[in-house]
Design a protein around this ligand. Structure first.
Ligand code: SF4
Length: 177
């Protein structure tokens, strides 16, 4: 009886040791993945390439944001790509007409994952002053929107603030996992 107890105890200790090792390995894996995740998220947010996609008057401010005065290059964003295949950010700058809606969705679908969307200006966000049948009443009815930038039109500083908020979101998301 005492021997069995001792053996049982040994077995228990052995299990405990095994589970302890597993926990340590799991912890190391977790730490490694978390660190890698942070590094990947940091690289992603520091090298977003927006797709060239201006729809209306808001696009003038969007273009201004890319000039040397505001310098989007500080965040690795100086390259507005002509191809959605090379882009991971869509900035919807201006009102979206019903005719343009399927085009917008197609371009979004052609962008590789992970991808993000900023709705720039009141027209893109909810139709703005264009409360009529010709204009989509919010681009989020077509594509998922990550950040809404208010204003008519939003100044470059506002767009940059929206971009920085998106960066925070990307860093927290950790999509690598
Ligand atoms: S929010 Fe103002 S500036 Fe932007 S598309 Fe609408 S009307 Fe034009």
């Amino acid at each position: 009886m005492p021997v069995e107890r001792i053996e049982g105890f040994r077995t228990d200790r052995g299990d405990q040791q095994t589970s302890g090792q597993e926990a340590e390995e799991e912890l190391e894996r977790g730490l490694l993945l978390t660190t890698l995740d942070k590094a990947v998220s940091w690289a992603r947010k520091q090298s977003m390439w927006p797709v060239t996609f201006g729809l209306a008057c808001c696009a003038i401010e969007l273009m201004t944001t890319g000039t040397s005065k505001y310098d989007l290059a500080r965040w690795g964003m100086e390259l507005f790509r002509a191809s959605p295949r090379q882009s991971d950010l869509m900035i919807v700058a201006g009102r979206v007409s019903q005719k343009m809606a399927p085009v917008l969705r197609t371009i979004y679908d052609q962008m590789p994952e992970p991808r993000w969307v900023i709705s720039m200006g009141v027209c893109a966000s909810y139709g703005g002053m264009f409360t009529n049948y010709a204009i989509v009443q919010g681009v989020d009815t077509i594509v998922p929107v990550d950040v809404y930038v208010p204003g008519c039109p939003p100044r470059p500083e506002m767009l940059m603030y929206g971009i920085l908020r998106l960066h925070e979101k990307v860093q927290k998301e950790g999509r690598f996992r």
